[in-house]
Structure formats: structure tokens, C-alpha cells
Design a protein around this ligand. Structure first.
Ligand SMILES: C[S@@+](CC[C@H](N)C(=O)[O-])C[C@H]1O[C@@H](n2cnc3c(N)ncnc32)[C@H](O)[C@@H]1O
Length: 262
């Protein structure tokens, strides 16, 4: 990791990392069977695939090495592999990876991570691009994860990740639901067909909610500098941020970007 002293803006204790990791694993193992359907042409994540593939292609040429960090069932990894990138997908959820690996496609490989991993099992500077689509909101310590992503990126390599956009009404609703969950405590007994327990499990696991400037500061601490992307007026619950791993020797100056909707 390219860690120095943490700036005050991003210094805080990692929140119960082991419990968080267990909850995230259960949540996504349970979601795995239905995940790929979200990427069907009329599915809720179909646009995400197009948008992220285009973002990767904007920053890197075919043939480059891409890590899809938190790849889920592998739709993005496969789309990038089909576009000529050398792709590795990694994830903590065995059930997600099981489904990803069923379609052999042209991916370089699928790698299972320990639920509470601290170090990615890849060499430093092994990738030209790292993508983390809707992953960082689930990790216990995003700064440590960003540090690892920066380590496995080559100097000058590109990191693309999405984070919850706090300006979106869905996030306001989640904020209130989170408070409600705290006030009402754990549900007792069998809850029947109510979706509330599942939604609570999601709220507990998806706990990283920060303003964009927090993500910029955390990424900067990891040695990632923001790079400009095209402005996109679309209001989305996720925001795509793009960074380049600092190349200490180049003295390059990089423009700041506050991210696009996804
Ligand atoms: C919301 S899903 C997104 C999956 C995929 N990136 C996509 O956009 O369809 C979040 C994924 O991140 C994985 N994940 C959560 N925490 C992780 C961690 N610490 N390291 C790697 N993957 C993680 C989950 O298992 C899950 O597959």
C-alpha cells in the first residue's frame, strides 16, 4: 500500500470488520442465484454494463489487464473480455463466483477472496485497470481496499469505481430506513413474506455512505488522483469516479472530476 499518515478527513476506525464481512458474504451468497437476471436486456443493471464498459474503453485499449474487483456473477468481466481485455474477476462470495465461472468465456480467471481479506492475491502493478462496480459501499475499511487496488495497479493505471450518490432520493430513503431499523431493533421470530428483514440485511451490509469529497480524499491517500470523465446529467443512485495511480516520476498534473451518474 502507498499509505502515509491518514488525513483527518478519512481517519476512523474500521467498523467491526469481521461481523461486516460475514453479513456481506451471507447477503451476496443469497442474492447470487438471481443476480445475472438483473443484467438481462430489460433488467435494472443492463445500463450499468454499457456505461462501465464504455468507461473502461475510454481509459484503456483492448489487450490491457483489467481486474474486476467484486465481480459478482461476472457480467462486466465477460463483457470486457469479449471486447478484448485480459480480465480477472475476484469476489468474496463463493456463490457469485460459482455462477461467474460457469460461463468460461474469455476471462483470464476467477479468484476467490477471503471474506475478511486484507491483501489482494496479486502482484504489485499487475493490472492496467481496476474496476469496482458497487463494491466499496460493502467493505468494512474502504481506505485499506483502495490502498490494495492502488498497489495492484501499475503506475499510471486507471481505477474506476462506483459509490452511492447521496444526492439521489433512494439514498435519502435508505437514510430514513436505517434510522427506523435502529429504533425498531432486531425483528423477533418469523417475519413471513415481509421484505423488511432482507432490506435490513442490505442496509446493514451497505453501510459506507460518504460524500464525494471523502472518496476523493480516501483515494488520494491511496495514491489515486482523480481524472476527468465526460459530464453526464443523468441522476442515478450510483456515481462513477475515475482515478489514475500516481506516477511519481512523471510530474503529471491531473484534472479533478466529481464523477458521473451511472
Ligand atoms: C452489489 S454486488 C456488485 C457485483 C458486480 N460488481 C456488479 O456490478 O454486478 C457487490 C459484490 O461485491 C462483492 N464484495 C463485497 N465485499 C467485497 C470485498 N471486500 N472484496 C471483494 N468483493 C466484495 C460481493 O460479494 C458482491 O458480489
Amino acid at each position: 500500500m502507498t499509505a502515509g499518515r491518514l488525513p483527518a478527513a478519512v481517519r476512523e476506525d474500521a467498523a467491526e470488520p469481521d461481523r461486516q464481512a460475514g453479513e456481506v458474504l451471507r447477503l451476496f451468497d443469497a442474492k447470487a442465484a438471481g443476480w445475472a437476471a438483473k443484467y438481462a436486456p430489460d433488467g435494472p443493471l443492463a445500463a450499468r454494463l454499457v456505461h462501465l464498459s464504455a468507461a473502461v474503453a475510454r481509459h484503456a485499449r483492448a489487450g490491457r489487464r483489467v481486474l474486476d474487483m467484486g465481480c459478482g456473477t461476472g457480467e462486466l468481466a465477460r463483457a470486457l473480455a469479449a471486447a478484448g481485455f485480459q480480465v480477472t474477476g475476484c469476489d468474496v462470495s463463493p456463490q457469485m463466483l460459482l455462477r461467474a465461472a460457469r460461463d468460461r468465456g474469455r476471462c483470464a480467471g476467477w479468484v476467490r477472496l477471503e471474506p475478511d481479506w486484507r491483501t489482494l492475491p496479486f502482484a504489485s502493478a499487475a493490472f492496467d485497470v481496476v474496476v469496482a462496480s458497487s463494491v466499496l459501499e460493502y467493505v468494512a475499511d474502504p481506505r485499506a481496499v483502495l490502498g490494495e487496488c492502488a498497489r495492484v495497479l501499475r503506475p499510471g493505471g486507471v481505477m474506476l469505481y462506483t459509490v452511492p450518490d447521496l444526492r439521489h432520493p433512494v439514498r435519502w430513503a435508505e437514510w430514513w430506513a436505517q434510522r427506523l431499523a435502529t429504533w425498531t431493533g432486531e425483528p423477533s421470530g418469523e417475519s413471513g413474506r415481509s421484505p423488511w428483514p432482507r432490506y435490513r440485511a442490505y442496509l446493514r451490509a451497505s453501510r459506507q455512505r460518504h460524500r464525494v469529497r471523502w472518496w476523493l480524499a480516501a483515494s488520494g491517500w491511496a495514491g489515486l488522483r482523480p481524472v476527468a470523465g465526460p459530464a453526464d446529467g443523468a441522476r442515478s443512485a450510483l456515481r462513477l469516479l475515475a482515478f489514475r495511480r500516481a506516477d511519481e516520476g512523471s510530474g503529471e498534473s491531473l484534472a479533478c472530476d466529481t464523477g458521473t451518474g451511472l
